[in-house]
Design a binder for this molecule. Structure first.
Ligand SMILES: Cc1cc2nc3c(=O)[nH]c(=O)nc-3n(C[C@H](O)[C@H](O)[C@H](O)COP(=O)(O)OP(=O)(O)OC[C@H]3O[C@@H](n4cnc5c(N)ncnc54)[C@H](O)[C@@H]3O)c2cc1C
Length: 393
């Protein structure tokens, strides 16, 4: 029996693809066992903040967060295939568990890439153990896709920076202990005048301006800096390097958004297969009808195409050690758009049950929507792919 068939659902043979080594298959099985454990089942998801904290701690206790943060703070290398497999598997089971895992990585990716040894040692072990929650603060009210429009500012004052302004749509905002924050330092206009910083939730001048509720409940907030004074040693990389650091971080984690989309889509397909086999229709079963079979054929083919792009991007980064800006953008837009359409087909196959509150299809329908928007909307991914093509000779 292959390791792949030990995982949930009938659509898991992609784990036998040549992108993976045995350790990847073993890790995916470990994450699956974790997601099915009674410790996770006991977490009450109605209290979203509390559930998120408990999920992060449980992931840390199970030793799974090393995949998101890197296993050593001296050399925090991230294996993209491990991150993608974790997200795909967690998303299959539970959108909030996927979110909890992903934010520990996205929130500290820039610290691993560009933090001083002292900052890495202070932050990464606590985030890896699940004792601290992490967040990534790039977006602003008027600077989402257009990062260059950022106005949150950091002014150098002796050996300190003083931060003023707001960031919005910040995942884990309100419950995070540590934030990677991007602010304008003004070395040059646009994206060349932005730097990256580490801010702690208890830094004076830092506050939560507003909590935000969205269709699939996750901790989210607008955060505020008012005369927030932090040591200059909390800057990541050189002054003016912040945009580059943000993009390098997103290059790693964008393919993992695709993987989360795959997890949601595979769950929708697995649930659809079970439903159409069981649902009586016209003297037979829903599965007997050719229109149903056409839907299943489209869903499965779309998922495999998206998975090939996703794991190609991760493999290229891990094994070929090549830039993956184009590949990650292709994977992110294809997997999230495909997942949306697969989940929509699943809702349709379920009929009225598909939209009933509490049904898995209804949850997946709400979970998938934001993935087409955050970490660069689909339209922005298309522009990234085109820009990479046009600059190649
Ligand atoms: C649930 C959720 C969680 C998030 N978490 C975080 C987080 O943790 N940290 C963080 O920093 N941000 C986070 N974000 C913010 C997210 O990254 C932004 O919402 C996203 O970048 C889009 O920015 P915007 O919302 O300002 O939309 P806009 O930038 O106003 O985009 C609106 C529309 O314009 C389109 N558009 C943009 N540029 C072009 C173009 N050149 N040509 C054609 N169309 C274009 C977009 O594709 C989109 O359809 C999160 C958002 C959500 C919804």
């Amino acid at each position: 029996m292959s390791m792949a068939s030990a995982l949930p659902g009938p659509t898991r043979d992609h784990l036998d693809w040549p992108f993976f080594e045995e350790r990847h298959r073993e890790f995916a099985a470990e994450v699956d066992t974790f997601a099915k454990s009674s410790a996770v089942a006991a977490i009450d998801h109605r209290d979203v903040d509390g559930a998120c904290g408990k999920l992060v701690k449980a992931l840390g206790d199970a030793g799974l967060l090393a995949a998101a943060t890197g296993s050593s703070h001296d050399e925090p290398l991230i294996d993209s295939r491990l991150v993608c497999l974790a997200r795909e598997t967690l998303a299959w089971h539970d959108g909030l568990a996927d979110f909890a895992f992903a934010m520990q990585g996205l929130g500290t990716g820039a610290i691993g890439l560009s933090g001083s040894p002292e900052l890495r040692a202070a932050v990464l072990p606590k985030v890896r153990s699940g004792d601290w929650l992490a967040a990534f603060a790039l977006s602003e009210k008027d600077a989402g896709s257009d990062v260059a429009a950022m106005s949150c500012a950091a002014r150098l004052d002796g050996d300190h920076y003083v931060l003023d302004g707001e960031k919005t749509w910040i995942s884990n905002g309100g419950i995070a202990d540590v934030y990677t924050v991007f602010a304008r330092t003004g070395e040059a206009p646009g994206t060349r005048g932005i730097s990256a910083f580490v801010v702690f939730a208890d830094d004076p001048g830092f506050s939560i301006a507003e909590r935000i509720e969205v269709i699939a409940p996750h901790p989210l907030a607008t955060i505020r800096f008012e005369n927030c004074r932090i040591s200059a040693s909390r800057r990541l990389g050189a002054p003016g390097e912040g945009f580059k650091i943000a993009m390098r971080t997103l290059d790693i984690f964008r393919a993992s958004v695709a993987a989360a989309g795959l997890g949601f889509a595979r769950r929708a397909l697995d649930e659809s297969l079970a439903h159409v086999r069981a649902r009586p229709m016209l003297g037979g079963r829903l599965a007997d009808l050719q229109l149903t079979q056409a839907a299943l054929g489209d869903m499965a083919t779309g998922i495999d195409a998206a998975a090939l792009l996703t794991y190609r991007a991760a493999w290229r980064r891990d094994v070929q050690r090549l830039p993956t800006t184009r590949e990650a953008a292709m994977a992110k837009m294809t997997a999230t758009e495909t997942a949306q359409s697969v989940i929509d087909r699943a809702v349709q196959l379920f009929g009225g049950r598909g939209v009933r509150s509490g049904e898995i299809t209804e949850k997946l329908y709400r979970e998938i929507r934001a993935l087409r928007i955050y970490e660069g909307a689909t339209e922005v991914q298309k522009l990234i792919v085109a820009r990479e093509l046009l600059k190649a000779n």
